[in-house]
Ligand binder design. Sequence first.
Ligand code: SAM
Ligand code: SF4
Length: 327
Amino acid sequence: MTSQLIDGFGRVHRDLRISVTDRCNFRCTYCMPQEGMKWQPREDLLTFEEIERVATILVQRFGIKAIRLTGGEPTVRANLAVLVAKLAALNVDLAMTTNGVTLPLLAPSLRQAGLRRINISLDSLQPDRFHEITRRDELTRVLEGIHSAVQAGFAPVKINVVVIKGFNDDEIVDFAHFGREFGVVVRFIEFMPLDADEDWSNDKVLTQAEILAELSHTFELQPLDRTSAPASRWRYADGGGEIGVVASVSQSFCDSCDRVRITADGQFRNCLFATEETDVRALLRQAASDDEIAAALQRSVSAKWAGHSINKVHFIRPVRSMSEIGG
Ligand code: SAM
Ligand code: SF4
């Protein structure tokens, strides 16, 4: 390692999120429109070799320690295990965020290829509501996917629940029971203004404080130290496991952010809410040297802003929605 990816505020970046596709087999209301989503042409997506090259530069030159694969839905990218094996060889903490629906088929092969951790998104345990959110009738299959991930040896398996006030906030305690029963870590995520339909408003955000208040009627919770992950964590006092809350809106964790992202079409983003990107795909395809690519990545991180401004008048919503950035 020759240097670190440090921004102007002294934050060292060690966590890389790679979106491997913008396509998805679900259409979650808070993420994608039902119809009319324009997919990137296939030739615009980075190849596995291109992803491997950028990831190698980031790991070997800048000490990136964790890589998380995302999308769109990462498992719709053909032969994903081949990419997993390439990235696993970099010896990083390799994880994936998925809607879980293909895990009954893929969990064992991904595990064997070297994937270490899995986060599965699930926003309702009620079939009708699950359908209303995802516009797909696949709750049973996702639950099977969670089971397959646990069986394949992923530990911990984390369940991401986006909470929308007045919609699924009555399931918080149900999810806590689910996590305790199935030995998975449930993480509640505050709804962020990155939905394709631009339907977000502040009054739809159930805040971390409200989530904890709801849980504390039923469970005694004790705070745990924060890791580099974005979630604040608590353990159940009775030893029933832990839960987390990702409070991106009410308690932004920008001060300690160590994340950078690459979109499926090869654009490097220094923030989830960035309005500017660095075109790594162009550099790769113009035969730029590793030094030139590394310099462009460092320049991007140097220009990172202090933090997002959700709820402030000067907040500018990124043009891309969550499904195009990857979360
Ligand atoms: N398809 C995969 C999945 O659903 O897990 C990976 C991509 S998805 C964009 C990554 C994460 O972003 C998921 O946990 C999803 O729930 C979350 N997400 C999507 N839109 C969101 C929004 N508007 N606010 C908060 N989280 C969101
Ligand atoms: Fe697809 Fe994930 Fe977005 Fe749902 S949250 S539409 S599964 S990318």
